[in-house]
Design a protein around this ligand. Structure first.
Ligand SMILES: [Zn+2]
Length: 460
């Protein structure tokens, strides 16, 4: 057998391993993970897991699916997420290195063109960020031109790819939407960033043509719901519309005390009137709710917000999360008792939060073994604060760390063992103690909350 023929044969065998076996719809998605950080891969369509597979001993995986609901999927290899666009009949291979996730990705096989194109667009957007950030100061006309020219380069690349390769209309539409919505985020953000950067006291008057692209916005495209730039566009766009609407309709009538509530109520109403696609609607309602609740408005305002939320967002998929957060925030108001929460001491005893100290003011702060930078900074800050406030007791609560590693970190950093506590229940800690910000602290005295939303750097 001559060498050339041998190569062809080996090539054929390699390809036939990934053949679709005569079934036109059969999908294969396979790959190799260099430096794996977990032993499995989960494939998702939106929030729904489609299938999961284990890595083999060579760190390879393979999904074989009879058919898919065509469109954007993502795969999850803890802790990273990555998009993959799949159509029936595709036979895709991916190779990636977790040490350099995005940059190391390459797709090959049937379906590679659209996937590599989408990847290139995401990376281009990241590279562009610095440039775009530096042009918000410019006058609206020039800014508009620059954004348009960045968009046009990508659109012509898309046309070129479409002319050269076989790309389905659905894949083409997705790629086009990715390009358009990504650049339109900057357009929606412009008036706010421009005012901040230029130091102008009022919003800059914009030419009529500035928002021309808005006539093409699709508020209910199911295929785009989980495309991050589309979702982010919606957030900026709703914020912009709410601002403009409020300015036109409400003027200066809004009381200072309920400004946050008022503004977020505009957003709720806008989502209700513009968006019908259930998942996008639920996700945007959730985003406004979490964002607002974490601003620590008054108890009365929070209550009004939740009532409005319930009126407009029926059967929201995320309601349990939102109502739990709301209850948690209500329970953490000043002069209420510390919530019922159990921690473990260095010696392994169960200790209730409320029993930790009764005499002096206690400041609870949070840290995790998975965030060494944050741990270093916060430890340094605590040392300073102890000198400034010798009458306070500073108590560290550790989250998301193996118990043995936690003890090791206490000892190697010479922390006072009696001031350090540990919990294995991260979810419950986040929900009960409302730890959405790593620098948040809870100040309490005699088991009663003084301020459950103090900041370690700003509040002392
Ligand atoms: Zn208003």
């Amino acid at each position: 057998m001559n060498k050339q023929l041998l190569y062809i044969l080996v090539g054929l065998i390699a390809v036939s391993c990934l053949d679709n076996k005569g079934n036109e719809k059969h999908v294969i998605f396979a790959g190799e993970i260099v430096n794996p950080t977990s032993d499995q891969i989960v494939l998702f369509k939106g929030e729904n897991p489609v299938d999961s597979v284990k890595l083999d001993s060579d760190n390879r995986f393979i999904f074989r699916l009879d058919s898919v609901s065509e469109g954007l999927h993502h795969f999850y290899h803890n802790p990273e997420l990555q998009y993959v666009y799949i159509e029936n009949g595709d036979s895709l291979q991916v190779r990636l290195n977790t040490a350099d996730f995005d940059e190391s990705l390459v797709f090959s096989g049937k379906g590679e063109e659209i996937n590599n194109f989408l990847l290139e667009m995401f990376l281009a957007r990241e590279e562009e960020e610095f440039l775009v950030n530096s042009i918000y100061e410019l006058e609206p006309g020039i800014f508009h031109q620059k954004i348009d020219s960045l968009r046009n380069i990508k659109l012509s690349l898309l046309e070129q790819t479409k002319a050269e390769f076989e790309i389905s209309p659905k894949a083409y539409d997705l790629a086009k939407a990715l390009i358009s919505y990504s650049s339109n985020i900057s357009m929606e953000a412009y008036p706010f960033y421009h005012r901040r950067r230029s130091g102008e006291s009022k919003m800059h008057q914009l030419p009529d043509s500035f928002y021309e692209y808005r006539k093409d916005i699709n508020y209910n495209d199911k295929d785009l719901t989980y495309l991050r730039p589309y979702y982010n566009f919606m957030k900026f766009h709703l914020g912009n519309l709410a601002y403009t609407m409020c300015k036109a309709d409400c003027g200066d009538k809004i009381e200072r005390a309920s400004r946050q509530l008022h503004f977020n109520e505009h957003k709720l109403k806008l989502i209700d009137s513009l968006i019908t696609q259930k998942e996008l609607r639920d996700n945007l309602f959730r985003n406004v709710a979490i964002d607002y609740l974490l601003k620590h408005d008054t108890e009365q305002n929070n209550q009004r917000f939740i009532e409005d939320f319930k009126k407009l967002s029926h059967n929201n998929t995320h309601s349990t999360e939102i109502f739990t957060l709301y209850e948690g925030i209500i329970n953490m108001q000043p002069s209420k008792s510390l919530p019922d929460f159990t921690l473990y001491s260095y010696g392994g005893e169960e200790v209730k939060l409320i029993d930790i100290d009764h005499k002096s003011p206690v400041v609870f702060y949070f840290w995790s073994g998975t965030e060494p930078g944050h741990f270093r900074n916060i430890s340094k800050r605590i040392t300073e604060l102890k000198l400034e406030h010798p009458d306070y007791r500073f108590v560290g609560i550790n989250l998301r760390t193996d118990k043995a590693k936690w003890k090791g970190m206490i000892d190697s950093n010479n922390l006072d063992r009696s001031d350090q506590f540990w919990t294995s229940n991260y979810e419950q800690a986040v929900q009960t103690l409302i730890v959405y910000n790593p620098n948040k602290t809870i100040v309490a005295k005699n088991g009663v909350i003084v301020d459950a939303f103090a900041n370690i750097y700003r509040s002392f």
